[in-house]
Ligand binder design. Structure first.
Ligand SMILES: NC(=O)c1ccc[n+]([C@@H]2O[C@H](COP(=O)([O-])OP(=O)(O)OC[C@H]3O[C@@H](n4cnc5c(N)ncnc54)[C@H](OP(=O)(O)O)[C@@H]3O)[C@@H](O)[C@H]2O)c1
Length: 332
């Protein structure tokens, strides 16, 4: 697989990564099976999809434990990205950016992951109670201590943290400027996909100008862009899509022209090419520092998604995708 370089620490990874979240978090628990997930992770590594994106709060903790079972055998094949800063309670999730907590959380992640170094340690959410420089400073100490190789900053929560009237990533960029004064940012992780392209204008230029890598979260639109979901079929109550405004039967039907467009482009590239691969190739085309981390817990999807690294969209393909209607239904 093509390799891409991430950020200040010049870390090399496969162009397509693997989002491990659906194996343990956010999607229907009844469809999570440890054996399938382990096979999926091994398959990703076999195919050169080296970047495994996890977080201590996925599960919580079980996703890192699962990856640890692979890493103790194949640490050299993998690039491990995990996250700190969110605590999961019974009914709520809270940010914790206190330096002492960050140090303890890192040691715990290292134990669960069965490794002595984390390749990319990401701040999952900035804690509104703690100056972000303090949290980032504690993370920088972990690099100096050799427990972490590089630091990343997640901007996925920007939508919910935004003040009324503010543009989506304005506050994120201000925070990035602040932490960059303390220690170099190697990667930013934010949602980027055909139906949620905002980061392209609002965050990617900041990253490109500073040689910062970009991890594209939710590059498949939480599965919608793959064309495998049927409007009206519904989701189990513990699946994030059961409450997502774009996943009502009405909005899924209204957004079908986007999937149809991806399918048209896919057909031009061959009978075996899928809308999911076109959606990922579109993300890859947004810049040489962009690495999509499609979430998947089945070998079949992992192999299909890895195949997107070989798909080169033409100018005509990109122009056609640019003309697709904007997605209907939003969190706003
Ligand atoms: N930093 C943050 O705060 C943050 C927030 C959200 C996400 N993320 C990261 O981004 C990653 C990706 O986001 P995501 O997993 O929510 O969304 P996604 O990658 O857009 O979509 C994942 C969904 O697509 C399905 N899928 C994957 N490949 C497929 C294929 N080829 N054909 C059909 N269906 C396919 C998966 O099904 P199966 O599960 O059945 O395999 C899963 O339901 C996460 O795993 C996580 O690492 C980070």
């Amino acid at each position: 697989m093509e390799r891409r370089t991430i950020g200040a620490a010049a870390l090399s990874v496969g162009a397509v990564g693997l989002g491990c979240m659906p194996m343990s978090w956010a999607y229907s628990t009844s469809r999570q099976h440890g054996g399938d997930s382990l096979r999926a992770v091994h398959r990703a590594l076999d195919l050169g999809a080296t970047l495994l994106d996890t977080a201590d709060m996925y599960g919580p903790f079980t996703n890192e434990l699962l990856l640890g079972r692979v890493l103790r055998q194949r640490r050299g094949d993998a690039f491990v990205s995990t996250k700190v800063g969110l605590l999961v309670g019974d009914q709520h999730i809270v940010a914790n950016g206190r330096p002492g907590y960050v140090r303890r959380a890192c040691d715990a992640s290292l134990r669960r992951l069965q490794t002595d170094v984390i390749d990319l340690y990401q701040l999952h959410r900035a804690d509104p109670e703690i100056p972000v420089e303090e949290t980032w400073g504690a993370m920088a100490e972990l690099v100096r201590a050799g427990k972490v190789r590089a630091l990343g900053f997640c901007a996925v929560g920007a939508r919910s943290a935004r003040r009324p009237g503010a543009r989506l990533y304005d506050a994120t960029v201000r925070q990035l400027e602040r932490v960059q004064q303390v220690f170099p940012v190697s990667a930013v992780e934010a949602e980027l996909s055909v139906w949620s392209p905002q980061a392209r204008e609002a965050l990617l230029p900041w990253c490109a100008a500073r040689g910062v890598g970009f991890l594209a979260a939710m590059p498949l639109g939480n599965g919608f862009l793959t064309g495998t979901l049927t409007p009206g079929e519904g989701f189990e109550a513990d699946d994030l899509r059961a409450r997502h405004p774009r996943f009502t039967a009405e909005m899924m039907a209204a957004n079908q022209p986007i999937v149809a467009g991806l399918r048209r482009v896919a057909r031009r590239h061959g009978e075996d090419v899928t809308p999911a691969q076109v959606a990922l190739a579109w993300v890859l085309a947004q810049g040489g520092q962009v690495v999509p981390v499609p979430g998947a817990k089945r070998e079949r999807w992992v192999a299909e998604n890895a195949g997107a690294a070989d798909l080169r969209l033409t100018e005509a393909d990109l122009a056609e995708i640019a003309e697709l209607p904007a997605a209907q239904g939003s969190w706003d």
